[in-house]
Ligand binder design. Sequence first.
Ligand code: NAD
Length: 355
Amino acid sequence: MKIAVLPGDGIGPEIVTEAVNVLNALGESFEMETAPVGGAGYEAKGHPLPEDTLKLAKEADAILFGAVGDWKYDALARELRPEQAILGLRKHLSLFANLRPAICYPELTEASSLKPEIVAGLNILIVRELNGDIYFGSPKGIRTATDGLFPGTREGFDTMRYSEPEVERIAHVAFQAAQKRDKRVCSVDKANVLETSQLWKEVMTRIGKEYPDVELSHMYVDNAAMQLVKAPKAFDVVVTGNLFGDILSDEAAMLTGSIGMLPSASLDKNNKGLYEPSHGSAPDIAGKGVANPLATILSAAMMLRYSLGKADQADRIEQAVQKVLAQGYRTGDIKTEGCKLVGTREMGEAVLKAL
Ligand code: NAD
């Protein structure tokens, strides 16, 4: 199995090193090859997603990605900015399903802004469609209005659209993920107002019949936003479109209070995927050896489960992470009173020892 390792910028190389060490300790024979991406790609080859890097990503069975971006590239033309690398990879590899688990480890309930009893033991999965919706629908633009309340004035407009096959494929991802969990899917839409959502709901219901072992419910997005902070543990898998998923996945992430702990996966139709922490490149702490590597290590675990068919090894990593938290190891972003405060390297070492 071939893994493309793309560390990127900022804290990317530091945290990816720890995840690679963990993968190497599993006793599997992975072939890992590293390539520059983001600002590092621009420095090395003049483009955030160099041709060789894209070729490697295409050839690999899975991609382990650190993070990209640095304020020093802000003056570059949009197409040369580091963040274009991630958009390019999603497009070229047809990664349409974004999976973001929000897990609140009992040891870290204090990090959440919600009451401990509401979040302790939380384990939900947000499945967000990544390629469609109002972000990509055309036409879009800014024009002079010919109708509406203020004709003759400038107006901005976007198009929300989803085709049946787009909804079908994300539905299958959500139902199959639920089969590996608590077997419940909540489809989030705004079908009381939007035609796009009406079709979304219809298709979800139809595909749901192919998974009789999974319970399907529907919820309007405004209610889902409320329920996520009121009773988040009531959810198992939440599936939704690009726009609603963008907002709800960040809300769900924050329930756990610790961005340094959250992995993510972006999958294509064959479960090939790109795995990365949910956070960015944190240029403010880059090179200081203090970044939390656990989100990246947990992303490697997701890679084993979803792309490489090694769920048992994924379990081992997740249990090792839980163990180091129980042992009191904390990086600065998740530190608690009386904890063992450690840096990136020491946290990685602690996970290796726990493995
Ligand atoms: P960020 O997630 O990089 O950082 C936000 C805050 O969280 C910072 O204070 C940072 O120090 C802290 N933080 C993040 N990850 C951490 C970790 N593992 N351990 C400890 N602390 C951590 O977001 P930002 O500051 O808004 O963005 C910085 C750069 O990252 C920008 O260039 C942005 O475009 C880029 N970015 C990249 C991705 C990606 O590569 N997918 C995602 C988001 C942001």
